[in-house]
Design a protein around this ligand. Sequence first.
Ligand code: AMP
Length: 541
Amino acid sequence: MQGHMMFQPLLISSLIKHAERYHGDTAIISKNTDGTITKTDWTHISENSKRFANALSALGLKESDRVATIAWNNHRHLESWYAISGSGFVCHTINPRLFPEQLVFIINDAQDKVVLFDKTFLPLIKGVKSHTPHVEHFIYLGAYDQNVADAVPNVKFYDVLIAEQSSEFEWPSFDETTASSLCYTSGTTGNPKGALYSHRSTLLHTYAICLPDSLNLSAHDVMLPVVPMFHVNAWGTPYAAAMVGATLVLPGPGLDGASLVELIDEFKVTVALGVPTIWQGLLAAAKQSGSRLESMKRNVVGGSACPPAMMAAFKNSYQCETIHAWGMTETSPLGSANQLKAKHSLLSEDEKFKLRLSQGRPPFGVDLRITDQENGTHVLANDGHTSGNLQIRGHWIIDSYLGKSSSALTSDGWFDTGDIATLDEDGYLTLSDRSKDLIKSGGEWISSVELENIAMGHPDIAMAAVIAATHPKWDERPVVIAIKTPNSQITEQQLLDYYSDKVAKWQIPDKVVFVDAIPLTGTGKMLKRDLREQYGHVLLN
Ligand code: AMP
C-alpha cells in the first residue's frame, strides 16, 4: 500500500519560488566585476531569473542542454543559475583558473551550447572560442559594451536580453532525477572529470547543509560565500540561502583579505565560507586594519585541512566559531561538518578544541566508512585510531562520471574518496592525507598534513607544504616548502627544532626550503604534485 501524501518533485525552481514568496525583501548584496556594489533582494533575483529563463527558451535550447558559466560570485550569476537549472537545462560552472587547454577540454567534454562570462574572462573567451565548436551563443554578464562586442562577434548581452523579456514565466515541472548542474573535479591528477548533480540530490543536500549540526543556517544569517560558485556550487550556499531566506553577500572578484574584511564589516556578515588560504589573508588583513570582525559568528573552513593555529586565531581574537567541514566535488560537497554533541559540553576547553579540529561527522543522508588500504571493501573499526580508505555513500554522492559508462563505485556500492582517515565511534572523521600525499619513510607512514599544521603554527611561517622527497635509504622523507611571514629571519634549523617536542624524532622533516610562493590549484589548494616535481629530489645530492 502506498502512502496517501502529495508527491512533488524536488526541483531547484522551488527554492527561488520560496525565496520570492516568503523572503522577497531579504537583501542580496553583490560586488560587481567593476568593483561597484549592487543591492538587490530575492524578489528581484527571482524576477530576473524568470526573464533570463524566457531569454534562454527563445534561444531554442532543448531539455538538458548545457549552459556554462565562467563568472565570479555576483547577482547576475545567481539569477542565471536559477534560470538555467529551473528551466531544465544543466548549469555547468567552469573554474576560470584552470589552464586554457583544460578549459577547452571541459567545454567540449560537456558539449556546452551557451557560455555566460564576466568581463574579467573576456581574454579567456577570446582564447578558447575557436576551439569550442559546440558553443552556439556567448552571453556577456553585463550591459552592452562595445569592447566586448568587438572582441566576440555575435556576443549577446545579459542586461539587454533580460530587458527584452517579461518576468512572467511558469517554471516547468519534470522528473526530480533530471540533471541540474555540472562541475568538474579540480584535476590535480589527469583530466578533469564531470560530476553531474540532479535536482533531487541538490535539494536533499541543501536541506542537509542548513541543519543546526551542519552549517546551522537560517533567516537570521548574512552569508558570505567566498568559496566560488564554480567550486562545487559554492558548497551549495546559493541554494541554502534561498531555502532559509538568508541574505547573500556575493564578493565578486575581490577575494583578498582587505576586500573581505570591508564586506564583512559593512554588511554585518554572520557566516563566511572558504578554503584555508582565504582565511590566512583575511586574518592578516583584519589584524592590519584593526577590524574586530564583530558581526561574524561562524566561519566554515573546508577544501583543505584547517590549521589549528587558524582555528585558535578565529576563536581567541574574534570570538568566531570555526566549523571545519569536509567534502569533494563528487559529494556535492558536504560529507561531514564539525559540531559537538551534548555530551561534549563536559569536556575541557582544550579537549573541545581538539575535537573541533577533526573534519566532523556526517549529516543524515550520507554514510562514511573506512576500509583496508590493500582490500578496498574490508571495513575497519571506528575506533578513532585505525586509519584506512575513506568511503562514502548517500543521496548526494556521485555514482558515475559524465560520459563514463562504468560505475565510479566499489563492488559493494561505495565511493572511494582517495582520502586516508580515521573515524571514531561517534562518526567524527579525521583525515590524515590524500593517499598520494602520505610520506612512506622506511615502511612507516608519515602524515604531511600534521607536519604542515605544525609549521603553520609557527608565528614566522605564513604557509607551508610538506612533500615526500625521494631518499636513498628511507625511500621517502618529509621536506617542508615554506613561505616566511614578512620580515621574518627564521632559519631552516630553527624551524626543524620547532618540531622536536611535537612529533616523534623519525617524523621530523629532513629539510626546509624557503620560497616566495607556493603554487595553488584552481580551487586554492596547494599543488603538491608540482612541488614534488620541483623539490622531490632535493635529498639526493
Ligand atoms: P575537491 O573535489 O576539489 O573539492 O577536493 C576534494 C578533496 O579536498 C578531498 O578529497 C580532500 O582530500 C580535500 N579536502 C576537502 N575538505 C577537507 C578538509 N576539511 N580537510 C582536509 N582535506 C580536505
